[in-house]
Design a protein around this ligand. Structure first.
Ligand code: SF4
Ligand code: SF4
Length: 348
């Protein structure tokens, strides 16, 4: 039985995905960071604090997620986390590749951060390391063990592509063995490295492969007491389509000051806002907000523009299915209660 439910976009909460730098020690094959579009600077703590204040003031009940690049490479991540906590964000999350630089676990406590979210893209070292780099599997597992033994709440993000779908079924055992409390399954986006580095190209999986594997794995994970969140991806014929850019409050902030509302726009200068002198200023048309208003039979406009290969058409020319907003998630709650903040959400 599938006990998952679709998580509608929350109209009452905002999510602030704050890329405080774009530098990283890894070179993952599917990395979405695009320095030409996102900048190469490392924001200083004063700028981070002032931008956090902007979102704390304008958004009620906002969740903040610190990411990069690798956010633990930032020497002042601990100060940023504490500032966010003091500003009253509903939840504070760190997304990390598990290397946990700058002794971050010694500089923060489980009271400072709601969740530390680790990225792992294989159930075994050979598969994960072929995507994320040699040694990254063991390092990530060690990082998770340190965090769990330090009393931190942990989640894990697995980005599905044709290179690692076959290992997803092994993940329930891995998650239980590590003490992970929430599992995020992502679909690889054709952007960043996946879009621009032909040698690194990875494929999205077919609708059939996705639907055959992902919901079943989600059920297997929830049966072990771990909640799962995964993208909806394909809408059923009678399901309404909604664009999160129009109905939800998500902000993807980059070190060059760009603020996007849609992750699929991040490879292009389509950002709807920019941080100038500590103020969030809308950018003039045409920007992503103008695209959100286009209603098309294929569902998501940006998907149709940048990754049309995942749409199929029937003989009458109509799309065989509609692509859901990449921010629409399916949630399968744990069958046994586990501690974790409801406010945390995974990176796109
Ligand atoms: S995906 Fe994350 S860990 Fe991998 S290279 Fe990009 S920023 Fe670094
Ligand atoms: S992914 Fe598509 S539907 Fe979602 S916010 Fe972007 S343009 Fe809108």
């Amino acid at each position: 039985m599938n006990s998952s439910r679709t998580v509608a976009f929350s109209k009452n909460a905002a999510n602030v995905f704050f890329h405080i730098l774009t530098a990283c020690n890894l070179r993952c094959r599917h990395c979405y960071i695009n320095p030409a579009q996102h900048g190469t600077q490392t924001l200083d703590i004063e700028t981070i604090s002032s931008w956090l204040q902007v979102f704390a003031a304008q958004e009620r009940a906002a969740n903040v997620i610190f990411l990069g690049g690798e956010p633990t490479l930032h020497p002042d991540l601990s100060a940023a986390v504490k500032t966010a906590r003091n500003l009253g964000f509903q939840s504070v999350t760190i997304d990390t590749n598990g290397y946990l630089f700058n002794n971050i676990l010694q500089k923060i406590t489980p009271d400072d951060v709601d969740v530390i979210s680790f990225s792992l893209d294989g159930a075994t070292a050979p598969v994960n390391d072929s995507l994320r780099g040699k040694g990254s599997y063991e390092t990530c597992l060690n990082g998770i063990r340190q965090a769990v033994s330090g009393g931190f709440h942990t989640s894990l993000i697995y980005t599905v592509s044709s290179a690692n779908l076959h290992e997803l079924e092994k993940m329930p055992d891995v998650l239980v063995g590590l003490g992970i409390e929430r599992f995020f399954i992502q679909v690889i986006g054709i952007r960043g490295e996946s879009a621009h580095n032909a040698g690194a190209a990875l494929n999205q999986v077919s609708p059939e492969a996705w639907l055959k594997t992902v919901p079943a794995v989600a059920e297997a994970v929830t049966a072990r007491g771990i909640s799962v969140i995964y993208p909806r991806v394909f809408l059923k014929p009678d399901e309404p389509f909604e664009c999160a850019g129009k109905v939800a409050r998500n902000f993807f902030i980059f070190p060059n000051g760009r603020v996007y509302r849609c992750p699929l726009c991040e490879d292009y200068p389509l950002h709807g806002g920019v941080m100038t002198s500590g103020v969030l200023t809308p950018t003039p048309p045409i920007n992503e907000a103008d695209l959100f208003n286009l209603d098309i039979l294929e569902g998501c406009v940006m998907n149709r523009l940048i990754q049309p290969d995942n749409i199929r058409y029937a003989s009458d020319g109509a799309p065989a299915y509609r692509i859901a907003c990449c921010l629409l998630k399916e949630e399968a709650p744990a069958r046994r209660p586990r501690r974790i903040s409801d406010g945390s959400i995974g990176a796109p």
